[in-house]
Design a protein around this ligand. Structure first.
Ligand SMILES: NC(=O)c1ccc[n+]([C@@H]2O[C@H](COP(=O)([O-])OP(=O)(O)OC[C@H]3O[C@@H](n4cnc5c(N)ncnc54)[C@H](O)[C@@H]3O)[C@@H](O)[C@H]2O)c1
Length: 326
């Protein structure tokens, strides 16, 4: 009997991994999700995401740490994996100053384990998460994929290193890689450590919201459903390469604009402005013409609609949670 082929998604309990897995499962793909369910942010949120995925018969889930080579190897041996989408990593720029070792284990060793198993098991297609933070502080915008990269913290350095490992593995072992430089993703099931979630959460829970750099940052916010649509469409080329794409909206937004949009729907939390935080870049603004050309995706969701969807999800999610709790 022919063995079933699986797409392996690492970080399936994470924000992007969950949203992508959900869409692939709806498309009847067979998906294996790996995640260590660490407590960098709410483990309950990660478990609730997994609960949604486990409703699909075509989903298998494993709690494994990327640094555990033997546990990973068992999965690669037991199942036929046709493609890897490697999203698990220790995320967060500021956290990398406090806990650099997590980045070493997950982003260096973990990344190596995944691509090494791809080599040994002859898996020829790997998509992996890089980050817009590899560009560092720049003065020239929009940032194109061939722009000089200049990581200024341990997280971004780990992503640069991933891109370099992928280049070497593509050259010597004929593995096709697609590296995605994600630019500040937001949306449903988003991350509690990120600005939009934090702002909404502070409003509902009457918490102080700390606004870094007095609100003078610009971010190229990209809506999760657009991200998933592009990830589903991006194709491996015939030649073996480490192909890099920005995934961004190409529309930088000043942080204070978000607050003025949201203030139409929620009460403003108490905002405490503070100085620029070490490791934060002042502005991100990516050029998305390469990914748009490759995927033909051009129906970007407006920022207002994306924010409203995020807010509605937040309200629904917490209502469910509160009613379960009380
Ligand atoms: N969300 C963004 O705006 C953004 C921007 C740039 C890059 N990225 C990158 O995209 C990827 C996905 O990001 P996300 O926002 O979904 O983050 P996330 O933290 O929500 O998801 C990552 C998942 O990986 C898991 N994980 C972490 N270390 C692990 C390990 N050692 N073993 C197994 N699982 C582990 C976590 O438990 C988490 O569920 C990451 O690589 C991140 O660095 C994200």
């Amino acid at each position: 009997m022919k063995r079933k082929s699986f797409i392996l998604i690492t970080g399936a309990a994470g924000f992007i991994g969950f949203n992508l897995s959900l869409e692939l499962l709806k498309d009847k793909k067979h998906v294996i999700g790996i995640d260590n369910l660490n407590d960098y942010y709410s483990v309950r949120l990660k478990k609730n995401r997994l609960k949604q995925l486990k409703m699909f018969k075509n989903f298998k889930s494993f709690k494994i740490d990327l640094s555990n080579y033997n546990a990973l190897k068992n999965i690669f041996t037991k199942y036929k994996i046709e493609k890897i989408i490697h999203l698990a990593a220790q995320a967060g720029v500021r956290h990398s100053i406090v806990q650099p070792k997590n980045y070493l284990n997950s982003n260096y060793i973990g990344f190596f384990n995944i691509i090494e198993l791809a080599r040994l098991k002859k898996i020829k297609k790997v998509v992996y998460a890089s980050s817009s933070s590899v560009y560092g502080n720049s003065e020239k915008f929009p940032l194109r994929e061939n722009h000089k990269i200049n990581p200024n913290n341990f997280y971004s350095l780990s992503k640069k290193n991933n891109e370099e490992m992928a280049s070497i593995y593509s050259k010597y072992y004929k593995i096709k890689f697609i590296g995605i430089r994600f630019f500040t993703i937001y949306g449903e099931w988003g991350r509690p450590d990120m600005l939009i979630y934090k702002f909404i959460d502070s409003s509902f829970k009457n918490k102080i919201f700390f606004l870094n750099n007095y609100g003078n940052h610009h971010r190229d916010f990209t809506y999760i459903r657009d991200v998933v649509a592009m990830l589903k469409k991006v194709k491996f080329k015939n030649n073996t390469k480490n192909e890099i794409y920005n995934i961004c909206s190409n529309k930088p937004i000043k942080l204070t604009k978000i607050f003025s949009i949201l203030s139409n729907s929620i009460k403003m939390p108490l905002i405490k402005k503070r100085k620029h935080q070490q490791a934060d870049v002042i502005k991100t603004h990516g050029d998305n013409s390469k990914i748009v050309r490759e995927t033909n995706f051009n129906k970007f969701t407006s920022f207002e609609t994306g924010l409203l969807n995020t807010l509605n999800w937040y309200k629904k999610y917490h209502k469910i949670k509160f009613s379960q709790k009380f």
